[in-house]
Design a protein around this ligand. Structure first.
Ligand SMILES: Cc1cc2nc3c(=O)[nH]c(=O)nc-3n(C[C@H](O)[C@H](O)[C@H](O)COP(=O)(O)OP(=O)(O)OC[C@H]3O[C@@H](n4cnc5c(N)ncnc54)[C@H](O)[C@@H]3O)c2cc1C
Length: 397
């Protein structure tokens, strides 16, 4: 029996597998296609990255955002070189298995795992299979709210009108695509020193906003700025932002979700990669210590509690309420809402975006947002967060 089996070789699975192996735990990682490169463009705030991930930064810029006016955010935004990040993880002594993990049976002293390539026994299984959470089950209760986007990469020079060298435009809500309806924004970030990703993004919508409309808006926006759409690949984004936590009956002792499967996704921004990288060494340490003390059941509990402390659960609940508010906003008011948010004092903005275990700070940030809001926004913030109904969708895609 091995110590740790990780299902899923995305950034979260690799980060936690490498951290476990570096602590001397006998670790294996199973993925359907373990050699398939990570194709998504992964970004985060520089200060969110753990120290050892800084070597994988491929592009960076000073963060800015535009609601109806520009705000300098005071933090650097970075985009990762996926191959460099992955190679660093793969240097750890992790045994890689190719195959789909099909079932996991918790037993008294570990878990038996069936996968396409055979059967394995491990003290603990970490389910890092992404949003589908294909081992533990995603238990969706309703249509997911999804973030969707369509993007292209252009030369930094060509994008100079939109994003100046040395900058990263986190959000630009100006309707330069000339369409009304569901609000979408431009995300414009340097992927290397000379290339920029320009992505038309729907932050969250239930169901996700159509990629066809996003593509049309992206092309119209680029035309507005005199930028020719390149003929090469485009990035297509679609992932859920409100996957439920496993129900008490779904969570099975030594089988613990990690990464987007957990779900570590920030409900109001869609970010999870930096959080997974930060938590991976803490989870590995908790698992090692618990295995030494009490065996597999203790390791499962320790891993779960490291990821989902009472504080993390409380902040997650607050963020989910914010997401529900946002989903119900009248489209024309969204850019003004972001003006109010980005004008908050830096500590509130930072805590809201990154402080996943800071209950008092998150509550204070939301209180400050409420206090800084005009009456029409206050009404929306309160009613949206309290209204359990799915918002009516009036926009034709
Ligand atoms: C295009 C795109 C851009 C994104 N950009 C960002 C960003 O900038 N910043 C950010 O924080 N987040 C971003 N996200 C959101 C999110 O962070 C990513 O989805 C991220 O990939 C999640 O990492 P993960 O390792 O948890 O899961 P995944 O990357 O989804 O990895 C899951 C892995 O599990 C494997 N797998 C699935 N089922 C099984 C099974 N049964 N058995 C074995 N293997 C299995 C899959 O093959 C895959 O390799 C983006 C998402 C997309 C789609």
């Amino acid at each position: 029996m091995i110590d740790v089996l990780v299902a899923g070789g995305g950034p979260a699975g690799w980060a936690v597998a490498a951290a476990c192996a570096r602590l001397g735990l006998d670790t294996e990682l199973a993925d359907l296609a373990p050699d398939r490169p990570w194709r998504a463009t992964y970004g985060s705030w520089r200060a969110e990255l753990p120290a050892d991930a800084h070597a994988a930064v491929a592009g960076s810029g000073s963060g800015a955002a535009i609601g109806t006016m520009e705000h300098r955010l005071g933090w650097d935004y970075v985009v990762l070189d996926n191959a460099v990040l992955r190679d660093r993880f793969a240097a750890a002594p992790v045994k890689v298995l190719k195959g789909r993990v099909r079932a996991a049976r918790p037993e008294s002293k570990g878990v038996t795992v069936d996968f396409d390539g055979g059967q394995r026994r491990a003290a603990i299984l970490l389910d890092a299979t992404g949003a589908p959470r294909s081992v533990l089950g995603a238990s969706p209760r309703r249509t997911a709210a999804e973030q969707t986007a369509v993007g292209v990469v252009v030369d930094a020079d060509a994008a100079r009108n939109l994003v100046t060298p040395g900058s990263a435009l986190f959000m630009d809500w100006r309707p330069h695509h000339s369409e009304t309806g569901w609000p979408t924004f431009l995300y414009a970030v340097p992927v290397t020193s000379g290339r920029v990703l320009l992505e038309e993004t729907s932050l969250a919508r239930r169901p996700g906003f159509g990629l066809g409309v996003l593509r049309r808006r992206l092309h119209a926006r680029l035309a507005h700025h005199g930028i020719t759409v390149p003929s090469g690949d485009e990035e297509r984004v679609r992932f859920p932002v409100d996957r439920p936590l496993p129900a008490p009956g779904d969570w099975r002792g030594p089988v613990v979700p990690f990464g987007a499967a957990s779900p570590l996704v920030h409900p109001a921004t869609g970010y999870s990669v930096a959080t997974s990288l930060q938590l991976a060494p803490r989870v590995a340490t908790a698992v090692r210590d618990a295995l030494q003390r009490g065996g597999s059941a203790a390791a499962g509990i320790a891993a779960w509690q490291t990821v989902w402390s009472p504080a993390a659960l409380a902040v997650h609940t607050l963020r989910r309420r914010s997401l529900e508010s946002l989903l119900r906003f009248p489209p024309r008011l969204v850019p003004e809402f972001f003006d109010v948010f980005f004008a908050l004092p830096e500590r509130h903005r930072w805590t809201y975006l990154t402080g996943r275990e800071d209950v008092a700070g998150s509550a204070a940030a939301m209180g400050a947002l409420f206090a800084a809001s005009p009456w029409w926004l206050r009404k929306r913030l309160v009613l949206g967060a309290l209204d359990p109904r799915t918002p009516p969708q009036s926009v034709t895609q």
